[in-house]
Design a protein around this ligand. Structure first.
Ligand code: GLU
Length: 492
């Protein structure tokens, strides 16, 4: 690809051959990566990956006031965390101004664009007047009549001016890959700006220049861009370029069926990462916001999504973002994920919380065993370090409800102490022997086995609900089991 402004720019990663299908994700770094943005990225990524195409990342940072490097970093981190790798880029639109300006010059020289010196105030007043009278308003083309000479004179005199595209007559029609045929009457499209009076190219001009230069074949983006598309198609045509395929994804709504926003709760991908959601689960859930692969299978790893993705099965109905459903997907992925991969995530979770060096079950096999014991009861990665803490760490809290239910009657304490003694004396500390000893002791002391099991479970795990007690004992080992039983039985 031609790199106009920055020879050998360091932000270009892998260069690939030029497969026919080239899709891109073009976020503006004015905020975190929103779940809506992530879904747009995902559909482009799935399209490229499922068709052997190329996925390009372009950061649209021309709005210098609202863009920030920090946001760019967060967006890139979120993309990486979700596993959406890109083949080219990230390209930074702000570094490509030369190309954009040359495009404007070309359109001016071919009389497909013209300078406009109308004072913004006058335009604003007439727009307002139209609004009051409930008339549609578009720019009246006052400056279209200026001769090249007049325009030059004004420029020399320092009159600020912008450059407008001269919208041709007719109708602009396109076959949207998701929404079907869309038609716009060009009379309703105003001669939109290509370059502002401060010399900065506008969004439409930059996007089209870059998409042409990057040989983008498919533009998949949110439905909020539909009204931009005819303008951009007119630009492709004016520049004598093939128009790419366009597909506009339905909106994502909150549970109240209003457009998803912060009002509905967290919308940043980063938030879900910190809430212990697995990237695989988020990707899976987002993929199904608008795409239905057919059949009953819902829980899929990224590779399967890629294999089955088909743009023609993306529907145009708006999709509702439902956190409970996302959590359900997360729980499913926690169950089904390859155990080694999940253990790695759990290890990372302890590391990020600064707890890893205190984890006793830190040997890979030990940690994996704990994860295997706990995973069916966990909904998020956090559950391993919070609810399942006793399986990894010596310091854990006893759940007050569990204490009340099983450890509030001191009559159980001497029985627990005795049990600990018997465990110490056992020749072999096994699944069968630990259970036998407990049941025998309960019978001898006239205690219900369930009461003793409950008390020991709370002592060992901090919770009244936990995996099978004797498996837990084996995971903890004899010493830890005995120490924890004694500790709880000594409690006032
Ligand atoms: N930068 C634009 C946005 O974040 C996207 C432009 C496009 O996809 O054409 O909304």
């Amino acid at each position: 690809m031609a790199n106009h402004d920055e020879p050998g720019a360091p932000n270009q990663t892998r260069a690939t051959a030029s497969p026919a299908l080239r899709a891109r994700f073009a976020p503006s770094p004015t905020g975190y990566l929103h779940v809506g943005g992530a879904r747009t990225a995902l559909f482009n990524w799935l399209l490229a990956r499922s068709r052997g195409g190329c996925f390009i990342l372009r950061i649209e940072d021309t709005d210098l006031q609202r863009s920030s490097e920090e946001m760019t970093r967060v967006i890139l981190d979120s993309m990486r965390w979700l596993g959406m790798d890109w083949d080219e880029g990230p390209f930074f639109q702000s570094q490509r101004l030369g190309l954009h300006r040359r495009t404007v010059e070309r359109l001016l020289s071919e009389a497909k664009a013209y300078p406009c010196f109308c004072p913004p105030q006058r335009l604003e007043e007439s727009r307002r007047a139209a609004e009051r009278e409930k008339r549609a308003w578009i720019y009246d083309r006052t400056c279209l009549g200026l001769t090249a000479e007049e325009a030059l004179q004004r420029r020399r005199a320092g009159v600020p001016g912008l450059v407008r595209f001269r919208v041709p007559e007719g109708e602009t029609v396109f076959q949207d890959l998701i929404q079907g045929e869309i038609r716009f009457d060009n009379r309703l499209i105003e001669d939109f700006a290509l370059q502002r009076s401060d010399g900065m190219p506008t969004y439409h001009l930059s996007v089209v220049s870059d998409d042409i230069d990057m040989r983008i074949s498919h533009v998949i983006r949110g439905a909020d861009h539909i009204s931009n598309t005819p303008k951009q198609i007119l630009l492709y045509e004016a520049l004598g370029q093939a128009v790419p395929e366009f597909g506009h994804l339905s909106l994502i709504l909150g549970p109240d069926r209003k457009r998803l926003s912060k009002r509905h709760g967290a919308t940043a991908v980063e938030h879900y990462r910190t809430q212990g959601i697995l990237p695989d689960a988020l990707i899976n859930y987002l993929a199904l916001l608008g795409w239905s692969p057919g059949g009953d299978r819902e829980v899929m790893a990224a590779a399967e999504l890629v294999e089955r993705f088909d743009l023609s099965r993306v529907n145009k109905a708006n999709a509702v973002f439902d956190v409970a459903k996302l959590e359900w997907f997360n729980a499913q992925h926690l169950q089904q994920m390859e155990i080694g991969k999940l253990t790695e995530r759990v290890r990372n979770e302890f590391f990020e919380n600064g707890l890893l060096d205190r984890v006793f079950a830190s040997e890979p096999a030990q940690m994996e065993a704990a994860v295997a014991l706990l995973r069916s009861r966990c909904k998020t990665l956090h559950d391993f370090s919070r609810w399942g803490r006793a399986f990894f760490l010596e310091e854990f809290e006893i759940d007050p409800e569990g204490r009340k239910k099983y450890l509030s009657d001191p009559a159980i304490f001497p029985v627990m102490q005795e049990l600990a003694g018997r465990y110490l004396a056992l020749a072999e500390f096994s699944l069968a022997s630990t259970e036998q000893v407990l049941r025998d002791l309960a019978a001898e002391r006239g205690v219900k086995p369930g009461a003793l099991i409950g008390a020991v479970r709370v002592a060992l795990t901090g919770n009244a609900v936990a995996p099978g007690l004797f498996e837990v004992m084996l995971h903890l080992g004899r010493e830890r089991t005995v120490a924890r039983i004694r500790r709880s039985a000594a409690a006032p």
